[in-house]
Design a protein. Sequence first.
Length: 250
Amino acid sequence: MISKEERHDFILIKIQKERKLAMMDLATELGVSEHTVRRDLKELSDAGLLRAIRGGATLRSNIPFDIYDRNNLDVIEKQSIAKKSITLLKDHQVIFFDGGTTTQAIARNIPESLSLTVVTHSLPIANILASLPNISLIFAGGAFCKSSLTMQGQQTISTYEEIYADISFIGVCGLDLYRGLTARTIEETYVKRVLCKNSMNIVAATTSNKIDTLAPFLTCPASDISYLITERAPSDSILQPYAAQDITIL
């Protein structure tokens, strides 16, 4: 009979390949009961190696928490995402910029000639855009979060609540087709939710290693997303389930 250690190894190898696993399928493949698989998934989840969900498991979002640790990750991929993202921008739009290193890359690629009103609670993005002559910049102040270099709290939320945007670029911690766009802290989630609520178009701009992963707090359902932008080609198989839900893939 297969040992617990062998089952755990099998599950961890399989989830890295498939990103999401069903408990029923695992029980059949391993030749054990669903109760045994449920216990295995709980142990692996408690160890931080995956995230157990109802009926199975998904990859845990393992992107570094501190923005300084993320600055040098996936630099080429973020540049590709930024170039795709700015094709959505047109003169006289109102744009919300969430915090994050991918949204910073987008901000750096905005042409000087483009005339926009930008609202952001990200200190790095405000600094990037401050020198652009045709950007009307609104900074959403609040309580400063050192790990993300963003503002949080009711003051930040209140600024966004008074403005409606054409596009909102949302920082992504995890994205799962059935469990939505997720974030790692409840404070940043409250801000992200109002960005989504007051935007005509929600853009999830993310490196593909965050797709089919899960963070603890729900920002919005995947069905609310207008555009999904990654470094991969739109025809890539990992993106097709999202395209099937009428999300435009760039």
